[in-house]
Design a protein around this ligand. Structure first.
Ligand SMILES: [Zn+2]
Length: 90
């Protein structure tokens, strides 16, 4: 998958290559990446993209945890409601 990232210092945009299974940037079209590919694992654009992806994953995980907590509360409330009208608990 290809994504565009805005330069931090100019109006330029660079093409990022993103691995669709991991969501991580694997290559970038900027000059830093082109000239330093051999001895630098990733340029600042790739680092920034990967960091924001990680943050997104964390937000999604927190959301799911919150959702299941709310579902648990709703389930408990439903049990109380049912008990209220059940003669066995009168
Ligand atoms: Zn770059």
């Amino acid at each position: 998958m290809n994504a565009q990232i805005q330069s931090f210092t100019s109006q330029a945009t660079y093409g990022l290559v993103v691995d669709e299974t991991t969501g991580q940037a694997t290559d970038c079209g900027c000059k830093d990446r082109i000239y330093r590919k051999q001895y630098k694992p990733s340029c600042k654009h790739m680092v920034a993209f990967n960091a924001s992806f990680e943050a997104e994953v964390e937000r999604a995980a927190r959301f799911l945890a919150l959702k299941s907590m709310v579902q648990g509360m709703e389930e408990t409330a439903r049990c109380y409601r049912e008990m209220q009208y059940d003669p066995r608990f009168a």
